[in-house]
Design a protein around this ligand. Structure first.
Ligand code: ATP
Length: 268
């Protein structure tokens, strides 16, 4: 089967390519339906949608935490189904509520990540990340001793260590203090500037508006919009200066009758 991204000539191939992703939980609950999109190097894709829209399900499938029975995910050119280890080696994952190993220290988490992702040398970068995410004083602390925010910071440091091609972030700022929020925002922008593709899922629309270069809006497991903020304004918003909040309500409100833009003309 020929990949869509092989046909794109001069355009940089996507770092993440998702095609026809679907998920039905036990009991027939359809959480995700025929979801297709791409993220290119250097892009920050803002993933938004109401509670239960399927955002976490999508991220868990792309990260390989949930098995994929419908659809296909290609990470940095590696198919998750047939080339799982290589695909996962290019992926960073900051879950909503990171759970470090209780009996491993902060430092050991970084050493473990370096071994797993074959980062060599790694100590200098690990030290920089501990400094950046204000974990230097906690390097000997056990995972089980960390506060919620510190666990979040450790998840950032571990995700950043291997210089991933694709990073998935699920409500990454929840639990962070103001200094941590500032460091995390800067780190996301820098990693994208270095060429990584990021998916940032959050209900903080101000954050999405500030950082995201493109938007993907999900509702009831379906893509209802994909495109730039400008395209969203043109397609959905009442006036030119509309905020992302107004766009969000227009796309997902009770009166919404999308989809409006589907990132190309693929069929549903
Ligand atoms: P939120 O903004 O509240 O985090 P979300 O967009 O991340 O929501 P998901 O967590 O992906 O949404 O959930 C999508 C749907 O799948 C919801 O209806 C949810 O109840 C259902 N769901 C999620 N996890 C499971 C599970 N383990 N078993 C059964 N249903 C699930």
């Amino acid at each position: 089967m020929k990949d869509e991204h092989e046909d794109e000539g001069q355009v940089r191939p996507p770092a993440l390519w998702v095609q026809g992703l679907g998920k039905e939980y036990e009991g027939g609950m359809r959480a995700l339906d025929d979801l297709s999109f791409q993220v290119r190097p250097g892009e920050i894709l803002g993933l938004v949608g109401p509670n239960g829209a399927g955002k976490t399900t999508a991220l868990r499938m792309i990260s390989g935490v949930l098995p994929i029975r419908e659809g296909r995910v290609v990470l940095a050119g590696h198919d998750l189904a047939t080339d799982e280890v290589a695909a996962k080696r290019r992926l960073g994952w900051v879950p909503e509520d990171p759970k470090p190993f209780d009996t491993m220290t902060v430092e050991e988490h970084l050493a473990f990540t370096a071994a797993l992702f074959r980062v060599d040398p790694w100590r200098k970068r690990a030290d920089e990340l501990l400094e950046r995410f204000e974990l230097r004083d906690k390097r000997k602390a056990l995972g089980g001793e960390l506060s919620r925010g510190m666990r979040q910071k450790l998840a950032f440091a571990c995700a950043w260590l291997p210089r991933p091609a694709v990073v998935l972030l699920d409500e990454p700022l929840s639990g962070l203090d103001p200094r941590g929020i500032r460091a995390a925002r800067a780190a996301m922008e820098e990693l994208a500037a270095e060429g990584a593709a990021l998916i940032l899922s959050s209900h903080l629309l101000e954050l999405i508006q500030a950082l995201a270069t493109r938007l993907l809006i999900l509702d009831h497991g379906r893509k209802v919009f994909e495109g730039s903020l400008e395209e969203a304004r043109t397609a959905l918003a009442p006036d030119e200066g509309s905020s992302l909040e107004e766009i969000f309500f227009a796309a997902t409100g009770e009166d919404a009758d999308g989809p409006w833009l589907r990132g190309g003309d693929e069929e549903r």
